[in-house]
Design a protein around this ligand. Structure first.
Ligand code: GNR
Ligand code: NI
Length: 172
């Protein structure tokens, strides 16, 4: 397995790309998933989309297990949300591509998801709580959407400017 560099703001050229579906789960997909998982655990984070390591494919990994608990990795390809609850929930989100920035985001509280699993088999799952939030955050990445797109324009422009300035000053 290998650690991959994580793409961060201000690199919107990559982060705004719309990722392409994979044609199936082959050895390349499995290797990328493993490397993404290792990269996510190391960061540390609870989810990672392939575009965050510069690969525009509809792949993500999630593990909500807490420090010291047994790992529970979820490998997802070509996810499609087939239902979203009308009930919403607020969660303070962060993103490995926007380091050290956190804001409350409102999203559907529960979703149903169709996807290809680690074996390339079609699966359906229901998610609520942090899993629903995290899945929606990762699927947004596959569509070039960042969690700051769900907050006020003022806050969004402020954080993007902060990262642009940091890069100019050579601090990224
Ligand atoms: O590690 C992460 N934590 C997190 C917290 C609240 C809502 C979403 C997330 S996902 C984030 C990792 C990441 O950037 N995934 O794309
Ligand atoms: Ni993210």
């Amino acid at each position: 397995m290998s650690l991959l560099p994580i793409v961060t703001l201000p690199d919107e050229k990559i982060l705004r790309e719309v990722s392409k579906p994979v044609s199936g789960v082959d050895s390349h997909v499995k290797k990328l998933w493993e490397d993404m998982l290792e990269t996510m655990y190391r960061a540390p984070g609870i989810g990672l989309a392939a575009i965050q390591v510069g690969v525009p494919q509809r792949l993500l990994v999630i593990d909500l297990a807490k420090d010291g608990e047994a790992k529970t990795p979820l490998f997802v390809a070509n996810p499609e949300i087939t239902w979203s609850s009308e009930v919403l929930s607020d969660y303070e989100e962060g993103c490995l591509s926007i380091p050290e920035y956190y804001e409350m985001v409102t999203r559907p509280a529960e979703i149903r998801l169709r996807y290809l699993d680690r074996q390339g088999e079609a699966q359906e799952m229901h998610a609520a709580g942090l899993m629903a939030t995290c899945l929606q955050h990762e699927i947004d990445h596959l569509n070039g959407v960042l969690f700051i797109d769900h907050i006020s324009r003022l806050k969004r422009e402020r954080v993007i400017k902060k990262f642009q300035k940091a890069q100019k000053l050579g601090k990224l």
